[in-house]
Design a protein around this ligand. Structure first.
Ligand code: AP5
Ligand code: MG
Length: 228
């Protein structure tokens, strides 16, 4: 199964992608993670992308499409979970083409619906293990033992550079202008399931599992959106 998790910054895409990776033996492909790795490694791509990410704008399509094309040729698991990709119509079309050329299908697009107001709080509280990347939140998901990563035992944690209020607002604006149109793009393909991203993490995971188990569910109910 190949699926896309679509939603605004802080919707919980990374959190749910990690859970699905474990529960369904899928491989998570997060363009945000790949770009941050390129920035940390100081590659040419990282130099191009870093400044754009700090502004909260989208990195040029060509760069992220190349990243994804390389990764899906490396194969993996029982399919892919795309986290943060595609983010523009051009990226969605490129993914359709890449899959078609490889005889693969995109099965489902899970749209995570969240109130804009809740996102800033979510993002501002987020941190991750510096060693293994396990994600945490100051209010909603603290390590079981204070200061020690549940997953790997490391005691070092990091916060993202683009997780400040001003940049979050720019990221939200980019989402509404450039990424939200993908919901209709995929709705036309009959692949959309919407889930309530405001529920707690385990409840969202359950709702996603139910949506994926639903087999032939074709359309998501259209829900009211907070205007951007
Ligand atoms: P990217 O890394 O993809 O960031 P994003 O889309 O802005 O989303 P986030 O990672 O901030 O949020 P998330 O939905 O993963 O939420 P999370 O699970 O962490 O992209 C960063 C930048 O890279 C972009 O701005 C752009 O510049 C560039 N980029 C990336 N891909 C690109 C592309 N395809 N094209 C062009 N440019 C691209 O959850 C957030 C927090 O909330 C966590 O602390 C979590 O623990 C907590 N949480 C999660 N779920 C819940 C819940 N249900 N209840 C309470 N708390 C929760
Ligand atoms: Mg993420």
């Amino acid at each position: 199964m190949n699926l896309v998790l679509l939603g605004p910054p802080g919707a919980g895409k990374g959190t749910q992608a990690k859970l699905l990776e474990d529960s369904r033996s899928l491989v998570k492909l997060s363009t945000g993670d790949m770009l941050r790795a390129a920035v940390a490694a100081g590659t040419e791509l990282g130099r191009k992308a870093g400044e754009i990410m700090e502004r909260g704008a989208l990195v040029p399509d060509e760069l992220v499409i190349n990243l994804i094309a390389e990764r899906i040729d490396q194969g993996g698991g029982k399919g892919y979970i795309f986290d943060g990709f595609p983010r523009t119509i051009a990226q969605a079309e490129a993914l359709d083409t890449l899959f078609k050329q490889r005889g693969k299908t995109l099965d489902r697009v899970v749209v995570m619906e969240v109130d804009d107001e809740a996102l800033v709080e979510r993002i501002a509280g987020r941190f991750a293990c510096a060693k293994c990347g396990e994600g945490y939140h100051d209010l909603y998901k603290l390590p079981k033992v204070e200061g020690v990563c549940d997953a790997c035992g490391s005691t070092e944690f990091v916060r993202r550079k683009d997780d400040n209020e001003e940049t979050v607002r720019a990221r939200l604006k980019a989402y509404h202008a450039q990424t939200e149109p993908l919901i209709d793009y995929y709705r036309r393909q009959g692949k959309v399931n919407a889930v309530d991203g405001m529920a707690d993490i385990a409840a969202v995971a359950d709702e996603i599992e139910r949506a994926l188990a639903g087999g032939s569910v074709k359309e998501a109910k259209k829900r009211a959106k907070t205007p951007g």
